[in-house]
Design a protein around this ligand. Structure first.
Ligand code: GLU
Length: 379
């Protein structure tokens, strides 16, 4: 059983979610700067080992309310939006300053629920996150609280972090929290509460164990953490809940501190490919010549040059069928262009795209990561 527990040191792409209660001192309302520096030291170490690290951080509202004379206790929506507008500046700056000290750069991304759900902004956000990671930058993500209204917002960064992790096919999501994991009952009130180090399956019993625990600063209790775990493991991302309060919180996990792991069933790439293959309604068919079929089967992206014909109407981000010269399905993928644009570049070289479309679009019609071959890839 113990051997099933994943190791943080073995994960390649890691998303770390930092809760307000961990980052901001509840008594003073100030950022825990010394703690943050130790977190960043841990991140620098992980990056030296070749890992990619992305941060989802709360704290904008907690920091912003301290800088104005907003009342303590519950804030109205427009008050918390104003607090977020103020606090996000200090929050982003704090990460940028701490990362600069270890020669790393931060890049800020503010997302709304819609950005992670609708196809087009989803692809755009994902492309920016991937580019930041390629550049070696540490993305700092938060919800764009200033424009999110109550019906269309996450409200808690646990689920936002899970969506971000699955969006970029992260191997692992670390929730740094004020509790060291999941217990069979609330540990503060029940002496018989047992800590669970590994959750292989999120059963109704597991969901029932998640009470509504939470501190005065944090939005998400254990319920939102379990909701995050469900999003993550389904997409192939393992998740760990750990107490983040102490210095060097990531090293602590690596050194075997108490925490709860939620096990992903498949790896993120396989899970994503299954999703593309099985769960999306195709909006059209892209027909290829023999050469393009060969290129695809050898692991290349789909370029406009090898396309003979387009059927159906699709917009960027839709699932489409990719067919060979005899009309046989050879793959499925998420298309990178709207039908009207794709039509203009069919059969043309990638180097001609900018001149034809009038802007410097992407070279491939379907990127390799957004495509699954109908044979073998899901085995
Ligand atoms: N986005 C909110 C903030 O930065 C926090 C949401 C949460 O606590 O999960 O203040």
């Amino acid at each position: 059983m113990a051997s099933l527990i994943p190791q943080l040191s073995e994960q390649k792409r890691i998303v770390i979610k930092i809760g307000s209660a961990t980052l901001v001192d509840a008594k003073t309302g100030r950022l825990r700067a010394a703690w943050l520096q130790t977190l960043v030291d841990d991140i620098a170490l992980l990056k030296e080992q070749g890992k990619e690290v992305l941060i989802v951080s709360s704290g904008a509202i907690a920091l912003g309310r301290k800088q104005t004379n907003l009342p303590s206790g519950h804030l109205k929506l427009e008050q918390s939006q104003a607090a977020a507008a103020i606090g996000q500046i200090s929050l982003g700056q704090a990460y940028a300053d701490a990362l600069h000290k270890v020669d790393l750069n931060a890049g800020q991304i503010l997302l709304t629920l819609g950005d992670t759900e609708a196809r087009r902004p989803y692809l755009n956000a994902r492309a920016t996150l991937s580019t930041l990671l390629e550049l070696g930058v540490v993305p700092i993500v938060n919800e764009n609280d200033t424009v999110a209204t109550s019906e269309i917002k996450y409200g808690d960064n646990d689920r936002l972090a899970a969506r971000v992790a699955t969006m970029i096919s992260a191997d692992c999501l670390v929730l740094l929290s004020d509790i060291d994991g999941l217990y069979t009952a609330p540990p503060a009130t029940n002496p018989d509460a047992k800590h669970l180090p590994l959750i292989e399956q999120i059963t109704p019993q597991i969901e029932a164990m998640a009470g509504s625990a939470g501190s005065s600063l944090a939005k998400g209790g254990m319920t939102t953490k379990i909701a995050a775990a469900k999003i993550a493991v389904k997409a192939g991302t393992s998740m760990v809940i750990a107490d983040g309060a102490g210095y060097n919180p990531l090293q602590a996990i690596i050194n075997g501190s108490k925490c709860s792991w939620f096990l992903a069933k498949a790896n993120p790439i396989t899970a994503r490919k299954r999703w593309i293959h099985g769960h999306l309604e195709p909006h059209g068919t892209i027909h290829l010549d023999e050469g393009a079929v060969k290129a695809l089967k050898s692991g290349k992206s789909l370029l406009p040059a090898g396309i003979t014909k387009l059927d159906g109407t699709f917009t960027r981000g839709d699932a489409v069928i990719i067919a060979g010269p005899q009309g046989e399905e050879i793959a499925r993928g998420l298309v990178g262009y709207d039908h009207s644009e794709a039509q203009k570049i069919v059969g043309r070289k990638s180097s001609q795209i900018a001149a034809i479309l009038g802007y410097d679009g992407r070279a491939e019609l379907i990127h390799r990561d957004d495509m699954v071959l109908s044979t073998s890839e899901l085995d």
